[in-house]
Design a protein around this ligand. Sequence first.
Ligand SMILES: C[S@@+](CC[C@H](N)C(=O)[O-])C[C@H]1O[C@@H](n2cnc3c(N)ncnc32)[C@H](O)[C@@H]1O
Length: 476
Amino acid sequence: MTDSSRSPYRPTRRGGRRPAVQQGPKDPARRAAYDVLRAVETRDAYSNLLLPPTLRERGLSGRDAALATELTYGTLRRQGTYDAILDACVDRSIRSVDAEVLPVLRLGAHQLLSTSIPPHAAVSATIDLARKVIGHHRSRFANAVLRKVSARGLDEWLAVVAPDRGDDVVGNLAVMHSHPRWVVQALAEALGEDPADGLAETERLLAAHNERPLVTLVAKPGRAAVADLVEEGASPARYSPYAAYLPEGDPGLLRPVRQGRAGVQDEASQLVALALTRVPVEGPDTRWLDMCAGPGGKAALLGGLAGQRGGRLLAAEVQPARAGLVANAVQRSVRDAARVVVADSTAPAWRDGAFDRVLVDVPCTGLGALRRRPESRWRRTAGTAAELGPLQRSLMGRALDAARPGGVVAYVTCSPHLAETRGVVTAVLAGRDDAELVDAAPHLPEVPDSGSGPFAQFWPHRHGTDAMFLALVRKR
Ligand SMILES: C[S@@+](CC[C@H](N)C(=O)[O-])C[C@H]1O[C@@H](n2cnc3c(N)ncnc32)[C@H](O)[C@@H]1O
């Protein structure tokens, strides 16, 4: 619960002099959560980009900031479940409810069904907020709906609204774990599970998507060490020799992060880049290329490693603003080894065969990062992976062109969707005879269960990482 007595917005009780602090909402945590949820709903905002500045600008910290964060991400993660329940509590379909009202209902449902906030407090605080943000008339509607929601607990509601598991296991898991149906199907296929067998592992994955992920840091090679991060309160990570987990606090406040010597990067993102650097190549090994570099996480790692080996990294990014982020990320890499260019890597200016190692980390559906981008599961459609296919195949083809004979290419996605992982790689390799797959597992010896080869697939429920995919390919 919020502690409004400590809020900087608390108005004075005495008449006369105005309070020295800025006036603001009585319940700033719920108001911040509502404003972010509404921006996500009405203008496709990204919660992970909008919430931190919202908290900063409104001076929310401590318990208020923690409550606003929990309410925002918790509501977005469980949105599919709450919508199914709300649908049973309104006369018309939940889809016909105004876009300003819907976040109030979801926020109220989240507090009632998934937090320890007492029901009467959850409803009254949400309706107080509703009067301010959607007006008296619509708040009466919200009040009536939330009172119906409060009549049952989450498990009771799920027994009522989720399809029977025996009849429709995909539909059941979609409602139970708050994912669109097509995502459940795509993930089950990627895990190699058949709905007829019950989708037990798929269910573990879906549940992992609703957990708060660990904040993982990277010590940029040659500029910081894991020990520097441990000194700041982090603990060494399971797999990557450059990673550390931060149990709490704002990573942006850590000294190595402020100095640009460390950053925030998922452990699987580190490992797929590392795997590329571990494949032996005969002959020169000094020219490396990152074809899709923005915002620069993998480029920073590769730039450091290239510099330590006396090589250089060219980092290409088509969007100028994102190329700026890459430049920032690789700044002061070892021996100044990384150069950033704004370039369309499907029509590149570099010569064919110019590089010893090539990373192509293609734009994808992002289904591998559902833990960290809670609204993205509701934004994509079943057609998104197919739409991205031509660009992904073109970039992979260009990556093979860019590698010299004997050189190596890493094709990477932050998605396990088969159409954009092995589907792309096998289609591109089927059309040419100058490249062959390299088994990825021997280049990730520290990672158990990364697949039966030749590809590697990370999973949130197995590895605690994003679901990154890696294919390693040698140019003949
Ligand atoms: C998945 S992200 C790469 C993430 C990055 N490797 C990292 O670790 O931070 C894909 C990037 O490719 C860029 N991109 C898309 N099409 C491109 C193209 N034709 N040429 C170069 N970059 C492209 C996108 O703008 C986006 O920044």
